[in-house]
Design a protein around this ligand. Structure first.
Ligand SMILES: Cc1ncc(COP(=O)(O)O)c(C=O)c1O
Length: 392
C-alpha cells in the first residue's frame, strides 16, 4: 500500500531550544488546514484513498495522528528516536517489562513507585523472572548485584518517595557492560530538568499523568527509546495489547506540554522555599529533598540535571500531626498523585506505596509518620500558610 498523507513528514526542529520545542511540538500546526491547535482525530478508523493507496493511518489502535504528534514531540524533548503513548504510566511499564522472558534477572531501584513493584512481583515474577531491588545511589551496590543473565536495569532518579539520586552515566556504563537494557523512569524531573537518553539510557518511561500532562486531568504513560532497536517491540505492544492513548487525552498532553518549562521552573522554585521552611518546622523530623546542598546526591544531581523538581518527602513527629495535617489542609489537597498545578499531599503508607511489603517500607523509612508532597504552582506564600495552619 502506498501512503499519501499530510502527516508523514516533519522537521524535528532540533535546532530550536527546549522552551521553543515544547511550544511547537513536532508538526505543531495542522499541516492540512493550518489550525494552530493540533486537531483531535476522534476516529476509530481511516478511509483509504483507493485500492492500494492509504493515508498512513489505518485504525486508531495502531496509530492516530493526534497520538503521533504527542509521541513525536516527546521523542524530540527526550532526545530519543521514537516515543509511544500509553493509557497510563502503568501500561507503559507493563510494555517495558514485556521485553523480559523467563530466566531473566532484572535490577530495579530498591525505592520506587509501588505500582512498578506490583507489576514486577504480582505479574512478571510468575513468568520465572528474577527481580532484585538495589540502592543504585551507591554504584558499588549495582556492580555487586549484576549477573551474566541481568537483562534489564530499571532506575528511578530521584526515587519515589525517598528522593535518592543515582548517577545515570555510571549506571548506564555498568548496565551496558552486561548487555542489559537500561531504563530510567523520568517522571519526577521530566526532560526539562533531566534527559537520561543522552546520559546513556536506552529507554525512558514516564507517568504522563504527572508533569507531562501537568493539570491532574489525564491518566497517561510515555515510553521513549534511544534508537530503533526497540521500536518493533513497542509498536507490537500498542497493536496487540491495545493500550495506546486516545486522541482526546493525547491532545490534552500536547496542550499541557506547551507550558512544561514554565511549570517546572515554578514547581522547582516553590519546592526550594517549602523544603527550607519544612526543615525548620518543629514538628518536622526529617526532610527528603534532592535540592538540599547536604543531600547525598546533590553533586550528582548538579552533574546530570538542571533542577530538582517539585517533590519533597518528610517525616512528622507523631501520628497526631499526620492526622491533623491530612485533615486540616485547605488549599493544599490530600490526594494521591503528583506533578500537577495543585499542591498535593500524599500518604505513601496507604496510598502510592501500599504494595511494598511492610518490612521493606520500614527499612526505607516509609513509616506511619511519612508524608510526600508535590509542590504545585500556586503562590508559595499560600502553600506555606496552609501547611502552617494544618501543622499548628
Ligand atoms: C514514578 C512513577 N512511575 C510510574 C507511575 C505510574 O503511572 P500512572 O499512575 O500514570 O499509571 C507513577 C504513579 O504515581 C509514578 O509516580
Amino acid at each position: 500500500m502506498r501512503d499519501e498523507c499530510y502527516y508523514n513528514d516533519y522537521d524535528r526542529k532540533d535546532n530550536l531550544h527546549f522552551d521553543s520545542k515544547v511550544v511547537h511540538g513536532a508538526l505543531g500546526c495542522d499541516p492540512m488546514t493550518g489550525s494552530l491547535s493540533f486537531p483531535i482525530f476522534q476516529t476509530a478508523t481511516f478511509k483509504h484513498r483507493e485500492f492500494d493507496v492509504g493515508t498512513g493511518f489505518y485504525y486508531s489502535r495502531l496509530q492516530n495522528p493526534t497520538r503521533q504528534e504527542l509521541e513525536r514531540t516527546m521523542a524530540i524533548l527526550e532526545e530519543g528516536s521514537e516515543a509511544f503513548a500509553f493509557t497510563s504510566g502503568q501500561a507503559a511499564n507493563m510494555s517495558v517489562f514485556g521485553m523480559l522472558k523467563g530466566g531473566d534477572h532484572v535490577i530495579l531501584s530498591d525505592d520506587l513507585y509501588g505500582g512498578t513493584y506490583r507489576i514486577a512481583e504480582d505479574i512478571f515474577r510468575s513468568l520465572g523472572i528474577d527481580f532484585e531491588y538495589v540502592d543504585m545511589s551507591d554504584i558499588e551496590n549495582l556492580e555487586a548485584a549484576m549477573r551474566d543473565c541481568t537483562r534489564m536495569v530499571f532506575l528511578e532518579t530521584p526515587t519515589n518517595p525517598m528522593m535518592r539520586v543515582s548517577d545515570i552515566r555510571k549506571v548506564a556504563e555498568v548496565a551496558h557492560r552486561y548487555n542489559a537494557v537500561f531504563v530510567v523512569d523520568n517522571t519526577f524531573l521530566t526532560p526539562y530538568f533531566q534527559r537520561p537518553i543522552p546520559l546513556g539510557a536506552d529507554i525512558v518511561v514516564h507517568s504522563g499523568t504527572k508533569y507531562i500532562c501537568g493539570h491532574n486531568d489525564v491518566i497517561a504513560g510515555i515510553v521513549v527509546i534511544k534508537d530503533e532497536t526497540y521500536s518493533d517491540h513497542f509498536r507490537l505492544q500498542l497493536k496487540s495489547r491495545g493500550n495506546g492513548l486516545g486522541p482526546m487525552d493525547s491532545w490534552l498532553l500536547i496542550r499541557g506540554l506547551k507550558t512544561l518549562s514554565l511549570r517546572m521552573e515554578k514547581h522547582d522554585a516553590n519546592a526550594k522555599i517549602v523544603a527550607e521552611w519544612l526543615r525548620k518546622h518543629p514538628k518536622v523530623k526529617k526532610v527528603y529533598y534532592a535540592g538540599f546542598e547536604d543531600h547525598k546526591g546533590y553533586a550528582i544531581s548538579k552533574s546530570q540535571s538542571t533542577g530538582f523538581g517539585g517533590m519533597i518527602s518528610f517525616e512528622l513527629d507523631s501520628m497526631e500531626s499526620v492526622r491533623k495535617l491530612l485533615s486540616d489542609v485547605k488549599m493544599v489537597l490530600f490526594a494521591e498523585s503528583l506533578g500537577g498545578t495543585e499542591t498535593l499531599v500524599t500518604y505513601p503508607l496507604t496510598q502510592t506505596h501500599e504494595s511494598i511489603p511492610a518490612d521493606i517500607r520500614e527499612q526505607l523509612g516509609i513509616n506511619e509518620r511519612f508524608i510526600r508532597i508535590s509542590i504545585g504552582i500556586e503562590d508559595v506564600r499560600d502553600i506555606i500558610a496552609d501547611l502552617e495552619q494544618a501543622l499548628a
